[in-house]
Design a protein around this ligand. Structure first.
Ligand code: ARG
Length: 477
């Protein structure tokens, strides 16, 4: 019978084992392919840990210096792509520690004093989650800036507003775009909250119960830039809430992107014709020569499914796990990385799509003239002349029916025709159905009137500056 065991392999934890690991289970249990990505977090964490161990006289200064120099050499070789991962390395923590011990001998074996991979991996992931939250937030800022720019460049363009995807009332295109600006601003805050959840030092919790060594956890937190230390070692090593917060923020952002992209798909169709996508953000068909497809908008819409999958996956991994660390948790990383990468790519793609799209102002305006969207305003006009709203609703309803039968718009009705329907209609009645006037009148705070949208734009720009400043401060710190 073929021997499937790995005779060569001596794991860093191999002391109490007599037999050799089976090759398949060894590979099955490994996470190196995925957690390679946190090598830098692992190295800075180890450097901070060894600094503190020396300061607390747990290891000697010489050993600490050898460890730090060795870790820096390893960092250099990983960066240059020269680091040789051993097929037997279970995860990035083992790979780095093995390489360190090969390089510097006994001192390397002292690095893991007072530490477990359980608090080590949690520390690395907190460190990495902060960075990932910042890059998502940065991409969101760019998306938001583009929405402001396009809203500003197209100020005054009128389009139909919808409910039930049926024409409802005319709105400014800027107002419609800014609606997404505020969604993405809330997303930004969600990422900042995810950052805050990750901003906690776990190291010093050891395997689950803390350690007997006189560790100075605050010193490590300071060196790694964490603003606080965890309160309970059992909770700390088994907490993945901060990753859930991050993936949830990704999921909500994806949902917002999918709504925007859905509108881009609709708007670029021949039926709407509200926008034309730049060639860089469209594709052709291999059979139909005339086609220009909004593939990327569709793809962003579709990627939402996978980000939701990442969220549900992690929630399910964490469900019912007994305290403290369980190997199930090794499954946390892939989905988190996937969600973050996907959302950053989707933001980048959608930002470019919106920045470069051509707005077909005439089509939007024509769309806003149709669908009898002035009906509410015409009824309000009659109310202004003293008619009860219910009656006004009835009168305008009859006018809509008349126009529909004759294939006309409300704007085409003359003052005389209106007067025949109800004597309350005066010579100023046609102005009540003017599309620009209808929009311009809606100046309640947050409304689509030109004045209100101007104020909204100013507030959006302010918010942009505030958020940019807080993100810069985090990045600088
Ligand atoms: N690769 C492991 C993970 O990502 C590291 C922690 C392993 N700890 C353990 N006790 N097996 O979760």
């Amino acid at each position: 019978m073929a021997d499937n065991t790995n005779q060569e392999h001596k794991a860093l934890w191999g002391g109490r084992f007599e037999g050799h690991p089976e090759r398949f289970t060894q590979e099955f249990g490994a996470s190196l392919d995925v957690d390679k990505r946190i090598w830098e977090d692992d190295i800075v964490g180890s450097i901070a840990h060894s600094h503190m161990l020396a300061k607390q006289h747990v290891i000697s200064e010489e050993d600490m210096e050898a460890i730090v120099a060795g870790l820096k050499r390893i960092a250099g070789s990983i960066e240059r792509g020269e680091f040789v991962y051993d097929v037997d390395d279970e995860d990035i923590h083992m790979a780095i520690e093995r390489a360190l011990t090969e390089q510097i001998g006994e001192a390397g074996g002292r690095l893991h004093t007072g530490r477990s991979r359980n608090d080590q991996v949690a520390t690395d992931m907190h460190h990495c989650a902060r960075r990932m939250a910042c890059s998502c937030a940065r991409s969101l800022l760019e998306m938001r800036q583009t929405l402001i720019d396009v809203a500003e460049a197209n100020f005054g363009v009128v389009m139909p507003g919808y409910t039930h995807l049926q024409k409802a009332q005319p709105v400014l295109l800027s107002h419609h775009l800014l609606a997404y600006y505020w969604m993405f601003s809330r997303d930004f805050k969600r990422f900042m909250d995810a950052y805050d959840a990750a901003d906690e030092l776990v190291l010093g919790s050891a395997a689950l119960a803390g350690t007997t060594y006189p560790l100075d956890r605050t010193a490590v937190a300071d060196e790694l830039g964490f603003s606080r230390i965890s309160e309970n070692s059992l909770d700390a090593v088994s907490n993945r809430d901060y990753l859930l917060d991050l993936v949830y923020a990704c999921a909500v952002t994806s949902m917002h992107l999918s709504r925007l992209c859905e509108e881009i798909v609709l708007w670029s169709s021949d039926e709407f014709g509200f926008i034309r996508l730049d060639d860089a953000y469209s594709t052709g068909s291999s059979i139909m020569p005339q086609k220009k497809n909004p593939d990327f908008a569709e793809l962003v819409r579709g990627k939402t499914g996978r980000v939701y999958g990442d969220l549900v996956g992690l929630l399910t991994v964490m469900k019912s796990l007994p305290l403290a660390y369980d190997k199930d948790m090794q499954e946390d990383k892939e989905g988190v990385f996937d969600a973050v990468d996907t959302v950053c790519d989707c933001l980048r793609c959608t930002e470019g799509m919106v920045r470069t799209m051509h707005v077909c102002e005439d089509r939007m305006r024509a769309g806003a003239q149709g669908g009898f969207m002035a009906a509410t305003d015409l009824a309000d006009y009659l109310v202004g002349k003293g008619m009860p709203f219910r009656q006004a609703h009835e009168v305008v309803g009859e006018l809509v029916l008349k126009c529909e039968k004759e294939g006309r718009t409300l704007q085409s009705l003359s003052a005389e025709e209106l007067g025949r329907q109800a004597p309350e209609f005066g010579s100023d009645a046609p102005a009540a159905v003017d599309i620009d006037a209808i929009v311009a009148r809606r100046n309640t705070a947050g409304g689509t009137g030109h004045e209100a949208v101007r104020k909204q734009l100013a507030r959006a720009r302010e918010r942009q500056e505030d958020d940019r400043r807080s993100l810069d401060a985090i990045d600088a710190g």
